[in-house]
Design a protein around this ligand. Sequence first.
Ligand code: UD1
Length: 402
Amino acid sequence: MKLRLLTIIGARPQIIKAAAFSRAVAAWNKNAQKPEVEEFILHTGQHYDDNMSAVFFRELGIPEPDCNLHVGSGSHGVQTARMLEGIENVLIEAQEKGHGFDGVVLYGDTNSTLAGAVAASKLHIPVFHIEAGLRSFNMSMPEEINRIVCDQLSSILFSPTMTGIRNLENEGFVVYDADGKKDSDKVKSRRFKNGKLQYALLSGDVMYDNAVFFARMAEEKSDILQRLRLKDKDFVLATIHRPANTDNADNLTNIMKALADIAEAGTDVVLPLHPRTRKLLPDKLPSALLRRIEESPRFQMIEPASFFEIVCLERHARVVMTDSGGVQKEAFFYGTPCVILRPETEWVEIVEAGAGIIADADYSRIMQAYNDLSGRMVHFPPLFGDGNAAQNIIASIVDYLH
Ligand code: UD1
């Protein structure tokens, strides 16, 4: 008997996370572990530009999606509704053909995660949530709503960090087997809610698996530092894509002014632009500031980076400035301090370790955090597992379903 799993992806970071899981499934089967696992990949089409999607399949050696719903962009309601309909069709069609899916694997907190959780759980198909338990406690973020709903509906919640496990304990999960040690990597919790038993496991972070697996390959395959004429530990890498920053003229102006000042003071600044940010810049920024940035020899706005390119930039930057959760973490994995351009973070352990400072979109706080992190020794304790999170996850899923 084979176990059939449907992996649902849609946005750029999910494609990257799925690479770690697909590798672990391939290793599981190669080592003749039983039962054999068959993985099908459904791409919702939430991200569709070549540099937001296809490039990651090429670089990371992920199997091509078995199915792409091509939902594209839209309001949250429209986008999620299209996904819900498409995913449900795929799940029902498989059931009708007599080979329904045994489980659905979801990543993170995007609209693709939300749609997958709702479609699968209504068809009584177990949901496995990778990157569960994280909370920003900020319900104005669409991601916070998506992850809370997905966690409610999941059979196993795989938390990358102890913070995630503690958040879930606050929501009623109780530790039942921690091998005697609460901070051990075997923490298991469970709760009985709405007539259903749910499990939460500390799995480690699949993005850390990728950091371990791809770091050397990225260095060998990308020439971005030479192309952009950047020197090791002598530039700032920035990314901005959250609606709270891109859609708010004051926030975007404050952040861009800080970056422009850093560039003018003599440090190179690289800003790979998410398509959302690129579209909004002319609308939201004062034209004088935009002109200053475009004319600044040390300020490079570039197309969205591929995975290997962003890894090289994260590793070699002096400081990373970002409102992305994934970029915060990758900077940490590679030993680069980070200014967090949000009012809070789900990755609180980075801040507690002193490797990240929350500056929101406040000009003075950004400049102060930048100066502080550029000028002192920063430590990067191992907080995100041992690089085998995806292996732990596949073993737990099989154990649950078998
Ligand atoms: C989504 C996720 C966010 C994640 C991010 C990673 C939700 C609610 N948000 O945000 O959690 O951090 O992905 O990048 O799911 N666009 C293009 N080409 C593309 C994709 C998008 O031009 O290939 C433009 C469109 O104008 C679109 C906008 O970017 O309207 C936003 O895309 P969307 O998928 O709605 O959300 P993201 O901001 O990418």
